[in-house]
Design a protein around this ligand. Structure first.
Ligand code: KG4
Ligand code: ZN
Length: 334
């Protein structure tokens, strides 16, 4: 049995979690409100907020887990990719704490952590994917179709050649002046909209790769044209616009994912990352699963966006292999 304290600070969420083996004991997340008024994450402000949040967040996670600091067997942290200044806060804190507790440190890759969140157990009966499985990782920074042969052994079958899906959704929201982050706002406005109202072309990209910058541009130009004759076009049609752009992006994501899964004859299919919180994507993956006879894995909402529980589960599997990091290890941005 092992107890791992995990820290995530790669972007704008400061999070700490405690796991006993695969079981989650606590998962505390402090989201940074400071970025809202800038319509995006401001790196300097993010690292400052991480510095303010990290001690109380770790303290809460330890308290809620009902453990003592002396019970901790290893301290895990996100090493990258992410914002360097943000990562540094978590990495330095984890190293300092591990030195004080005289326990090893475990470095975790943020993208692998998103996917491995499917192995977090909250009860004995939590279902987990069997290998091999395919995961569509969709977040604000990444869009990849990954084929997992083992916890840390995977192939990237396809990925975006420009913007990430979450980035495209956030930019569409910004164009409509809906607020930040746009993903959840578009998701909720789309509930009352007609997804067939407007059509935006998706690019022809070979294989299982994606591209989202063209969709964003055609959305922008379409709105510019409409606003010339109808200045309150966005305000009047925002539900339909949200439903239509969401349909375009989710439809494109699903089309490539389905092709990749069918080609590789896999029947375990997962989604992960912030955009996996999207209602339409969650519905579509369930429908595709029913149609093709796949077992599908959709993370609980609290494990979709950045959190330390996913870092802790990845660290658990490294702990079992004795894969510890050296104290001199630096973070990496990309
Ligand atoms: O995984 P995450 O927290 O951070 C990164 O590693 O990038 O993902 C954040 C992204 C943002 O683009 C956000 O708008 C998007 O996830 N997102 C959503 C939803 N909730 C979060 N996108 C669509 N629908 C949602 N419900
Ligand atoms: Zn993330």
């Amino acid at each position: 049995m092992s107890i791992i304290l995990a820290i995530e600070s790669s972007c704008d969420d400061t999070s700490a979690a405690v796991l006993r083996d695969q079981f989650l004991l606590s998962n505390v997340i402090a989201s940074q409100e400071v970025h809202r008024r800038y319509g995006g994450v401001v790196p300097e402000l993010a690292s400052r907020a991480h510095q303010q949040n990290i001690v109380p967040v770790v303290d809460d996670a330890v308290q809620q887990a009902g453990i003592a600091l002396s019970d901790i067997d290893a301290v895990a942290f996100t090493r990258g990719p992410g914002l360097l200044g943000s990562l540094l806060v978590g990495v330095s804190f984890a190293k300092g704490l591990s030195q004080a507790l005289k326990v090893p440190i475990i470095e975790v890759n943020h993208l692998q952590a998103h996917v491995l969140s499917h192995f977090i157990k909250e009860t004995d009966s939590t279902p987990t994917p069997r290998f091999p499985f395919i995961c569509l990782l969709v977040s604000g920074g990444h869009t990849q179709i990954m084929l997992f042969h083992d916890y840390f052994e995977y192939e990237i079958l396809g990925q975006t050649i420009d913007d990430a899906a979450g980035e495209a959704i956030d930019k569409a929201a910004k164009i409509m002046d809906l607020g930040y982050p746009g993903g959840p706002i578009i998701d909720s406005l789309a509930q009352n909209g007609n997804a067939d109202a407007y059509h935006f072309a998706t690019p022809n990209i070979p294989g299982f790769d994606y591209s989202f910058s063209g969709i964003k541009t055609s959305f922008l130009y379409f709105l510019r044209d409409q606003l010339k004759t109808e200045p309150d076009f966005i305000e009047k049609h925002k539900e339909d616009l949200c439903a239509s752009i969401q349909e375009t992006i989710v439809g494109f994501l699903m089309k490539k994912l389905e092709k990749a899964v069918l080609k590789h004859h896999v029947n375990q299919v997962a989604i992960a990352g912030g955009v996996s919180a999207n209602s339409l994507l969650r519905q579509r993956i369930a429908e595709a699963g029913a149609k093709h006879g796949w077992t599908t894995f959709v993370p609980q909402k609290k494990f979709c966006t950045d959190n330390a529980a996913m870092v802790g589960i990845a660290a658990h599997f490294k702990y079992l292999r004795g894969e510890f990091a050296d104290i001199s290890l630096p973070p990496y941005a990309r």
